[in-house]
Design a protein around this ligand. Structure first.
Ligand code: FES
Length: 140
């Protein structure tokens, strides 16, 4: 047994370092080119007149990441990231769904990709509706 049997050889050290770097890089890349957006916000439904009726959609203002809310039922709301899952383009409300201005990906009001540039569905955030307070708590 040599004095350094428990030591990493230079080659083993470099191989381990390369593997760790690749693992970190792949984890950062995820399934697309976008970094995960986070949000933790509470908004009043009454601040967004478009949300007064079922089917209404509104882009929220003042949030840490661009978000749209859809009123999918009387007491049910859904929130979607407006960062395109393709290449992080800006997604906007378009008709009864969403459109990415970069390459034309379209999504329905459930955030499901429907056409244009092939990509995944919009990222959905958690929404808790407090009917008494008339507020939505949105979190990632
Ligand atoms: S960035 Fe949205 S379709 Fe390409």
């Amino acid at each position: 047994m040599s004095a350094c049997d428990h030591c990493l050889s230079r080659r083993d050290f470099l191989a381990a370092g390369t593997a760790a770097a690749l693992t970190t890089l792949l984890a950062a890349c995820g399934d697309g080119a976008t970094a995960p957006a986070t949000i933790n916000a509470t908004v009043r439904v009454s601040d967004y007149p478009a949300l007064a009726n079922v089917g209404g959609m509104a882009r929220l203002s003042g949030t840490s990441t661009p978000v749209a809310v859809v009123r999918s039922a009387t007491a049910t709301f859904r929130a979607f990231s407006l960062i395109c899952p393709h290449e992080a383009g800006s997604v906007g409300i378009s008709g009864a769904g969403f459109l990415c201005s970069n390459h034309g990906a379209t999504f329905n009001a459930s955030g499901t990709w429907t056409g244009g540039q092939r990509t995944t569905n919009l990222r959905e955030f958690q929404v808790v509706f407090d009917a008494t307070a008339g507020t939505l708590s949105i979190s990632s």
